[in-house]
Write a protein that binds this ligand. Structure first.
Ligand code: ZN
Length: 423
């Protein structure tokens, strides 16, 4: 089957392209990219007025299955991902059982293939049970299809364990992703430590609880020569540390979440538990630093940290409610509305943060680029479309979003996966 996407504004950060072009898809691959393509018998899609980007990949998602199917299943999570414009997602290993062995990895991959065209890249655990002590069997995980490892939800507390994980995983070509949190410094905290936490009488988590382990991981990456990826960066101190490390050619990459570039700790004053996350929402200067980090590429990737929780769980008092919000269906519109429309981050950088950068960091060779021979995974955007995000639009099993009722300009207009139009 041939498909011809005509007259779209093709934005491909991998080649620096931003111009009106036609794209010919043949089978699961891109067959041609050029000014005017004539292809007999091809199904034609007019993309005039739309941005055509490489397929978006979310590096940080919690699909909750196996074990927490009341919050989310692989099928519902992937339905939300597709509606949000994603052609692939990485799922974190903090399921029950933890994804620390090949049988869990294979289970996730089988369920994913049976339920959705969206590609799933399971992330394995750094340590057995993510308990922080014994390394997980990395070569077994890699063979089963894992490309990265993380104990996300928990930091890798011991520096010696982190060092050995970087050495061993790095030798197998596996990326280590760290949830940077100093558990002693953060202990008991439920929001950012600052003027708002004092006013509300809630126990705070200082910014240093994140930046200290970020600095440790950078030092251990330099020591081992292996790459490290910092999840959900939320503070100015972390952004500055990563920027300085990149200048020194240390192999560190990092991600920011939409909630950390759109909301501040002032939102917690509502006591709405949909403002409770880890790392917590920060003051405006940190939000501005995260946005500047995305603009200059210090923060390579936008990832959602999509974290479904049931209504009952989030209904508890602020101290007791679990951390996290869903994010798959709002990430792209929030980035387009708050960062591109306002001129704070270029469209090319946003497309890079959602597609080319995660593909590069994860080593997905045929993804994240619009070129002949690459996989025909594409995300189409309409920068002019305005819409209001409503609870009824949610495809996830959970509804824990702080963005209901928000008007946003910029939307996902279509998705192609392996040459098929799937949205
Ligand atoms: Zn995390």
């Amino acid at each position: 089957m041939k498909r011809l996407i005509k007259n779209g504004r093709v934005v491909d950060p991998a080649s620096g392209t931003d111009e009106t072009l036609d794209i010919l898809l043949e089978g699961p691959s891109i067959a041609d990219v050029d000014k005017k393509i004539a292809a007999k018998g091809a199904e034609i899609l007019d993309a005039a007025g739309l941005v055509v980007a490489p397929g978006f990949i979310d590096m940080h998602v919690h699909l909750r299955e196996p074990g927490y199917e009341r919050k989310e299943t692989i099928a519902t999570g992937l339905a939300a991902a597709l509606a949000g414009g994603f052609t692939g997602v990485c799922c974190m290993p903090n399921t029950d059982p933890v994804n620390d062995c090949a049988s869990v990895t294979r289970y996730i991959l089988e369920r994913a293939r049976a339920s959705s065209p969206v590609a799933v890249y399971p992330i394995g655990a750094v340590t057995r049970g993510s308990a922080g002590e014994e390394l997980a069997p990395y070569s077994e995980l890699r063979e089963a299809g894992v490309r990265a490892i993380s104990d996300d939800g928990h930091p890798v507390k011991k520096s010696s364990v982190m060092r050995r994980a970087l050495e061993y995983a790095g030798s197998l070509g596996l990326l280590v992703i760290d949830h940077c949190e100093d558990p002693d410094l953060a202990e008991g905290g439920v929001m950012h430590e600052g003027e708002v936490s004092v006013r509300l009488g809630l126990k705070g988590i200082p910014a240093e609880a994140e930046s200290i382990p970020v600095l440790r991981d950078i030092a251990l990456s330099a020591l081992t020569g292996r790459p490290v990826h910092i999840a959900h960066v939320s503070t100015r101190q972390s952004v500055e540390a990563i920027r300085a490390a990149k200048k020194r050619k240390i192999r560190v990459t990092a991600e920011a979440t939409p909630h950390h570039f759109t909301l501040t700790h002032e939102a917690v004053a509502s006591f709405d538990t949909r403002t409770k996350m880890n790392p917590p929402l920060r003051p405006k200067e940190d939000v501005d630093a995260v946005i500047a980090g995305l603009a200059d590429g210090t923060l390579d990737v936008i990832a959602t940290d999509h974290a479904p929780h049931t209504y009952e769980e989030k209904l508890q008092e602020y101290d007791r409610a679990p951390n996290g919000i869903i994010g798959l269906q709002t990430a792209v519109p929030l980035a387009l509305d708050r960062l591109v429309r306002t001129g704070r981050v270029s469209l090319a950088r946003i497309v890079d943060a959602f597609s080319s950068a995660p593909a590069r960091i994860l080593g997905l060779e045929n993804k994240g680029a619009i070129r002949v021979g690459a996989d025909a995974d594409l995300t189409l955007l309409n920068l002019r479309k305005e819409f209001c995000f409503r609870e009824a639009d949610v495809l996830s099993l959970s509804r824990n979003s702080p963005y209901f009722g928000m008007k946003l300009k910029g939307a996902v207009a279509g998705v192609f996966i392996a040459g098929e139009k799937v949205l």
